[in-house]
Design a protein. Structure first.
Lengths: 312, 312
């Protein structure tokens, strides 16, 4: 079984595991899953497994599916908190089914993560920790906006927890399931972590630079809510759109957000973010040196480059 | 270690496991935990363990704590959906910290369940299934209200999933950890399930009959939202307070809910619910016959009686 066939199996596992006789849970879960997505996390798990010498991609597909479902669950809950109406090019779950069912769908997807992981005894503490850190990161983000302390340091702490931890866990799973030695496990964990950091920085930049159609989700939410990459580049102080607007001298009263966006874009913030993301990817790729040469190792490097070079 | 000392340990485990450097998660989790609660679920786990011959209560305290935390997480999310402002005699998490942080606190508590359960390999599929069913039950409930099909049959399906499944799992854990044989495991699972069903029926009756102060949470929410025990006793048809109000001929325009409540109370609905709960408890206690006589077995029977005879 090749990587693409295995990715198909991951899709199948996700669609099967959400089966239930409760129509709204099935339909809402199906809606968010069938909208697709980049699927970078399960791909990372499968490729680290192969690169570390794993031979049975079909056996680890449920774990890769679980990693994607943690992300999917968090996305559904995010869209409630952010009032996001567009996700993966479709209306968000809360936009269609409302807040209560979106909350329950996110909970449901998370219980399905647990169900998929249950047979993998040695992996459960790792997944539990990643899930804890993801929720901590989301909370730190909401708290930083509320408390007006969205500094650069806080930003990196947030993205380390809410994004990089799950990437690290996904890579860790692949390495562990392939029975890799500690040197390789640690190198692949670090690879996953750095790729996750780069992924989130680029995500936040795309939130500023891309439009809804290209992005497939409501763009500008981070800027609007005074967080993300924009927040740490608006005169070093931000408390949502209002504070950002105050910091800009000539604000277009008709569309202040457009002006603020233009200001950030004209500065060196975007270029600096991209530079930082590229550095992280270079560090990640250096981690792969401990692995023997293989097609999977090359594909891991490709995945890392894709993360920083993507336009959506 | 006796049962009361073990229950103290369960409290300690819960307070320890929610420790985090993210202030709002720590404070909100601490708030809901330190408000107490009946703790009937962890008590059930500890007592089934003892009654099935278990000897190391301290070793299973984390599992009992996890059972209570599943319930706690669902309560925090429930209060978001129901706009409940009072819980366990205190303002609810959403009333103090708002919806976003309440959602994240519920998510956080659920990740902590996962963390506590992770070392217990053989129990994880059981807990995952109970968590899935809990979310399904909550969803069926919200859907039944929305779709106006809150029949008696639907009601029993809802409470079986949202409440009895977790009671069943809690008893199952105790029996499994005590290495009981299949006869005893199955008897204790059924004991837990029936006690859970009785518990929820009484809970729904108390929602109608008790005031906020006695109940420690916002009362009448079920009636107000057209669900719970009230919904299936209002002329067999209900779609929230409006439909209920229409079914009542002389509604007091100043306080229609009071009149509706009075009508339900004056009928035989409450008596019938109590009768059904007592039957379930009788069936539960009959399950205990397979166990050798012991203090723990007596305490399990006491717990079952407490469930139906409580006033809050």
């Amino acid at each position: 079984m090749g990587i693409n066939e295995a990715m198909q199996l991951v899709e199948k596992v996700m669609h099967q595991v959400i089966e239930t006789d409760v129509p709204v849970l099935r339909e809402a879960s199906e809606h968010i899953l069938s909208a697709g997505g980049k699927r970078v996390r399960p791909r990372l798990t499968l490729l680290t497994y192969l690169a570390a010498g794993g031979q049975s991609l079909d056996a680890i597909a449920p774990v890769a599916a679980a990693v994607e479902l943690v992300h999917t669950a968090s996305v559904v809950h995010d869209d409630i908190n952010d009032h996001g109406v567009l996700r993966r090019g479709r209306p968000s779950v809360n936009a269609i089914w409302g807040r209560t069912f979106a909350l329950l769908t996110g909970d449901y997807l998370f219980t399905k993560v647990y169900e998929l992981m249950a047979p993998h005894n040695e992996l459960n503490p790792i997944m539990a920790e990643a899930a804890v850190r993801l929720v901590e990161g989301e909370t730190l983000q909401a708290a930083a906006v509320k408390n007006n302390n969205y500094t650069r340091q806080v930003y990196y702490d947030i993205i380390a927890r809410k994004t990089a931890s799950l990437f690290e866990a996904g890579a860790h799973f692949g390495a562990r399931l392939a029975h890799a030695d500690d040197t390789i496990i640690n190198a692949l964990k670090l690879f996953g972590f750095n790729v996750g950091m780069a992924f989130q920085i680029i995500d936040d930049i795309l939130d500023l630079t891309a439009d809804d159609l290209t992005l497939g989700k409501t763009s500008g939410i981070d800027l609007d809510q005074g967080r993300g990459y924009a927040a740490i580049h608006t005169n070093g102080n931000s408390n949502g759109a209002v504070a950002v607007a105050e910091a800009v001298t000539e604000v277009d009263q008709d569309d202040p957000m457009k002006k603020i966006k233009a200001k950030i874009m004209n500065g060196d913030a975007i270029a600096e973010g991209r530079r930082r993301a590229h550095e992280l990817v270079d560090m990640a790729i250096a981690c792969l040196d401990v692995l023997p040469q293989s097609a999977a190792r090359d594909e891991l490097a490709d995945l890392a480059y894709m993360v920083v070079n993507r336009s959506y």
